[in-house]
Write a protein that binds this ligand. Structure first.
Ligand code: SF4
Ligand code: SF4
Length: 317
């Protein structure tokens, strides 16, 4: 959307924050003039629970679902990734849009359930507890706002079944908010940590294999009953994945470690760090040796100094 005067994009989100008691006027139903308009041009982010519901619905693994129906995106520069629906090839419509409506209606994602309400999740720095508020999205094409049906956001959330979805996405939202607001205390995550975040949050079947693996079992002490439950239930496993990430990314211990295995890993890591430092020192020594052999004073060869006799500077002065 843009204003005719300046062509600047105008957000359809009404810039006011509401709580659940806010009354809205809205109804969406088959036969309305704009039927499917909202699904014809999508930008829909998915939560880990959305993915579990959809991959089950489609009878595929999370790995296949991610490959066939989604694209990753950066939630912050060089930070953790999110996942969005991939629209139809060469178009902007949702792959599940049918003339009669949504082909996965009972399992549609959180964002589709909420529309035209937007959920705003916020938290204070270094706190996990988030607060929810809401905004209204008023797009020109959506005629639902003109239908005389009034209800509170609380009732709308109930009607659209988002309460369960929000409860099950809370751990993930807290992780995202914590990462985004942690600043230099957490710093930027390594590529490996970002890959781990992606796998644990979105690719639940690969995470399942990871938790089932011998290497995982050696490091983390899970009781037989707990492990069996996690292996049998994707939603339990998803919630465990949030605990796992809080532990490995933010150091919040909630899963018992095998002391000996943890010590072995630490020793291995320290040995590798020492190797990296030695390699760097060797390279530096080699570089300095070459400089000396070639008779180049390193300071003079660096930026910002040159000798007129050696070829002239140009540029400044
Ligand atoms: S999942 Fe369903 S409701 Fe959501 S954009 Fe696609 S077709 Fe529309
Ligand atoms: S009323 Fe709004 S939400 Fe319903 S089909 Fe039309 S554009 Fe989509």
């Amino acid at each position: 959307m843009s204003t005719p005067e300046n062509n600047m994009p105008v957000s359809p989100v009404v810039p006011t924050m509401y709580d659940e008691s806010k009354e809205i006027q809205f109804s969406c139903h088959k036969g309305i003039g704009c039927w499917n308009a909202c699904c014809a041009n999508i930008d829909i982010s998915l939560t880990p629970y959305d993915i579990i519901r959809l991959k089950k619905r489609l009878g595929m693994t999370s790995t296949q679902f991610l490959r066939d129906y989604t694209v990753p995106y950066e939630m912050e520069k060089d930070g953790i990734a999110g996942v969005k629906f991939r629209p139809v090839d060469n178009g902007t419509a949702c792959r599940f849009m049918q003339p009669e409506g949504c082909a996965v209606y009972e399992d549609r994602p959180t964002a589709c359930r909420y529309y035209p309400v937007a959920l705003l999740s916020m938290r204070k720095q270094d706190e996990y507890t988030d607060t929810q508020s809401y905004a209204l999205v008023e797009e020109e094409h959506c005629k639902g706002h003109q239908v005389a049906r009034r209800l509170t956001i609380a009732d709308y959330r109930k009607e659209q079944g988002v309460i369960e979805y929000d409860d099950l996405a809370r751990g993930w939202r807290q992780l995202v908010l914590k990462k985004k607001s942690s600043g230099p205390t957490i710093g930027s995550l390594s590529l490996k940590s970002r890959q781990l975040f992606f796998m644990a949050c979105y690719d639940i079947d690969t995470f399942h294999n990871f938790v089932e693996s011998e290497a995982f079992g050696k490091l983390f002490k899970l009781g037989a009953d707990e492990k069996a439950m996690l292996m049998a239930d994707d939603v339990e496993l998803m919630q465990f994945s949030f605990r796992f990430l809080k532990q490995v990314l933010f150091g919040e211990q909630s899963i018992a470690l095998d002391e000996q295995a943890a010590q072995e890993r630490l020793t291995k890591w320290q040995a590798r760090q020492a190797e990296i430092e030695k390699e760097a020192a060797d390279k530096r020594a080699e570089y300095e040796r070459k400089m000396l052999e070639e008779g180049i004073d390193e300071d003079a060869s660096g930026l910002g100094f040159c000798d007129d006799e050696a070829g002239g500077c140009g540029g400044k002065g």
